[in-house]
Write a protein that binds this ligand. Structure first.
Ligand code: GLA
Length: 726
């Protein structure tokens, strides 16, 4: 609920368990409080005026406010707030001052859409309200509308800004963040993800310094290196308790997520598009819409924070047919045969997969153009008749007769210099005239800031989808950006290219998901290089990592689960020895780890022994039975491979009637202790039967001592599927 107290000019945004309070003082929109739920009293005493000036300037005479000492909701560069700004503007007179003051407010039921950008949505009946606060710089006639949407039941607040030029001359935005939060303490740990290709979303937890800590991407995408979120946790916060503040972005382009410990032991968090390389010319009458930021406060530690994000992403970000539903069990051809397939090979592995209970064959890279390796043909999205003389027809017919779908890999945003498309349109890629064009994986990025390129991409996919033979698209993106320039934009708009690229991409995706609502789209970027809420708005799942090793995946999936739900993580059982690491891992461990909300195989099923085939059939049935629980359940991280020689987690259905728990042993030591795994989230007054072993436990036993674990050999693992005894 949103309340506004006009006498004290106080705004209060309440969810079921949290409050976010602001006020207007001397025209400035100040931050007052973010934390556990408050009553709707006068909270102004929480903002004590210290008058701390240090060397910072006073506004308008030596007794005026010291902006550098005020917690601000949307701080601007240039008038004496010397911390990281949310907004920086280049005015027509060459100055870079902005001075936003309160003008008006509006409270709306529900949530307006963000023009052209992905965002959390509200449906009829959802308890969601939106506050829009208008600020204005009366010198430059720049207006800024700050939007706050309050999801009462989800404990979620989303924010974005809309910046309008109401003056007569063009100005340039140098930085326009989505959100800023000024907290009045700095004794936090900062939790972020770092990583690289095949090692995404490693968790790092470090004390906040006095200074700026930034987790950013300049890669042309959210990237493998720093996922677009930032968490501030009380020093003692753990999985179950302690205060946690988290901000993530609903955006797939270059981001900057920063926390700055200030001179007065405060902390400023700024989240938004990365200002490096960004310039946006705003002509008179134009409005720039920032991406959305999503804010979660949890007093139940990191576990509580994650479950809040998981529910919000599952219920109010992911859309379409597969929202809140398990996905088809699939076989992906990549690690089964890489580029080395033809129709007969695909018929064999597809038929075998279907007979083992799988529901989708995905033909990965190599089916188009003349692509037999990664040096050619991106852009030439016509079937390679040398490999597939009958196109997909025979494969599709055989699969459909067996009740199985067909999926296809695409990398639509890319172009190989060795392609017919490049020979026809050398100016369709991002480039700067007269400079060399850097290649990554022998490819260039198409210029999606251009409408003709976007239309071409849409048509390349739509023409195939219209044939009705394709049920699933794996949408890949395999390089970082360089020489970002567009042949169609004038020099003063070249700083807009990357954001325009994402507006173009989102428009193509919106058209595709609207026109082909039955197709399941999976996002991929060399695995998890574009794992963000922006992509999840269009595609309900992401290939978590090109590292398919079950043991390596433990840390990757743990880190991913900080923000993203199991439903969004694709996990595949791959071959042993693993192709990336050489690890030899038992089949049941590979299954136990791959069993996320989006499950499949990535190996040649014809090479499995009879015993392994039996296991695959039985476990496909397990996923079919419990997939919806994995998608919609509450996820608890129980043991961390970052600090222990094991990893464990459990997922509990919302009604607490089913619990799926997994324990993986990553290192064997002599004389191990009697290991047991304490479960969480169950009904302590109920009894649960282990459906695999038959043993019955009380909820108190399971959440007190837990289940007994045998740590018998390296990489051994166990799964418990517990169902409430009626
Ligand atoms: C990327 C993907 C892989 C696979 C290859 C194909 O690396 O992450 O899963 O599709 O491309 O080239």
């Amino acid at each position: 609920m949103i309340t506004f107290n006009e006498h004290i000019m106080q705004f209060q945004l309440d969810t079921a368990h949290t409050s976010y309070v602001m006020r207007v003082k001397e025209g400035f929109l100040e931050h007052v409080y973010w934390g556990a739920l408050l009553d709707t009293g006068d909270h102004s005493y929480m903002r004590r005026e210290q008058g701390r000036a240090s060397f910072s300037p006073h506004l308008e005479g030596c007794r005026g406010p010291i902006l550098d000492d005020i917690p601000l909701e949307y701080p601007c560069f240039g008038r004496g707030d010397l911390r990281t700004p949310a907004l920086e503007v280049l005015n027509p007179d060459g100055s870079d001052i902005a001075d936003l003051r309160y003008v008006s407010r509006k409270i709306i039921n529900g949530k307006p859409v963000l023009n052209g950008l992905p965002a959390f949505y509200a449906e009829e009946g959802d308890r969601v309200q939106t506050l829009c606060i208008k600020l204005r710089d009366s010198f430059s006639a720049l207006e800024c509308d700050l939007y706050y949407s309050v999801y009462e039941d989800l404990d979620l607040v989303t924010r974005h800004a809309e910046i309008s030029n109401c003056g007569a001359q063009a100005l340039t935005l140098i930085g326009a963040a989505s959100a800023c939060v000024d907290l009045d303490r700095c004794d936090f740990d900062v939790i972020s993800n770092y990583g690289t290709h095949e090692k995404e979303r490693m968790i790092e937890r470090t004390p906040l310094v006095h200074g700026k800590m930034e987790f950013a991407s300049r890669r042309g995408s959210s990237g493998h290196v720093h996922n677009p979120f930032i968490i501030l946790a009380s020093r003692s916060a753990d999985e179950d308790k302690g205060e946690v503040y988290a901000v993530t972005l609903v955006y797939s382009g270059c981001h900057s997520m920063s926390a700055e410990g200030g001179q007065y032991d405060t902390c400023r968090v700024v989240a938004g598009i990365n200002p490096d390389g960004f310039r946006w010319q705003l002509s008179p009458g134009e409005t720039f819409v920032t991406p959305e930021a999503a804010l979660v406060y949890s007093a139940q530690g990191l576990g509580g924070m994650s479950r809040t994000f998981h529910r919000a992403i599952n219920d109010c970000l992911i859309r379409g047919k597969y929202r809140n539903r398990r996905r088809p069990v699939l076989l992906n051809s990549w690690e089964a045969c890489y580029f080395g397939f033809d129709e007969s090979k695909l018929m064999q592995i597809g038929a075998c997969a279907a007979d083992l209970g799988m529901e989708m064959l995905v033909i990965d890279d190599g089916w188009f153009g003349v692509r037999n390796n990664d040096t050619t043909s991106l852009g030439d999205w016509y079937i390679n008749r040398a490999k597939l003389p009958n196109g997909f027809d025979n494969i599709h017919k055989m699969l459909h007769e067996k009740g199985c779908g067909l999926g296809i890999w695409f990398e639509p945003e890319m172009i190989s210099p060795n392609s017919d498309l490049y020979r026809a349109h050398p100016d369709w890629c991002l480039h700067v005239a007269g400079r060399p064009r850097s290649e990554g994986r022998h490819q260039l990025m198409l210029d999606l800031s251009r409408q003709d390129v976007c239309d071409h991409i849409y048509e390349s996919l739509a023409s195939l989808l219209r044939t009705g033979t394709v049920d699933y698209i794996k949408w890949d993106f395999n390089r970082n950006a360089a020489e970002v320039g567009s042949a169609l934009l004038p020099p003063e708009k070249q700083g807009e290219v990357l954001h325009r690229y994402y507006l173009g991409l989102y428009s193509v995706l919106e058209r595709l998901v609207t026109d082909f609502p039955d197709v399941l789209f999976e996002s991929c970027s060399g695995g998890g290089g574009r794992y963000d809420c922006g992509m999840l708005y269009y595609m309900p799942q992401t290939w978590t990592s090109d590292n398919s090793d079950a043991i390596e995946r433990l840390k990757i999936q743990y880190g991913t689960s900080l923000i993203y739900p199991l439903s969004s993580m694709t996990g595949h059982v791959s071959a042993s020895p693993n192709h990336q690491t050489g690890h030899v891992t038992p089949l049941n461990t590979r299954f136990n780890v791959a069993l996320t909300g989006s499950f499949g195989y990535e190996l040649d099923p014809t090479k499995l022994s009879d015993e392994e085939k039996k296991f695959v059939t039985e476990t496909a049935a397990i996923y079919k039975k419990y997939g919806d629980t994995l998608v919609n359940g509450d996820h608890y991280r129980l043991r961390s491979n970052y600090t222990e020689d094991c990893a464990a987690w459990c997922t509990v259905s919302p009604d607490r009637s089913v619990c799926i728990a997994v324990y993986v042993n990553t290192h064997v030591r002599v004389y191990p202790r009697n290991e047991h795994l304490v479960l969480k989230g169950l009904d302590e007054n109920a009894y649960y039967r282990d459906t695999l072993e038959g043993k019955v436990y009380s909820g108190k036993q399971l959440m007190g001592y837990g289940v007994a674990v045998d740590r018998n050999y390296e990489y051994s693992s166990a799964m418990w599927i517990l169902e409430k005894v009626k």
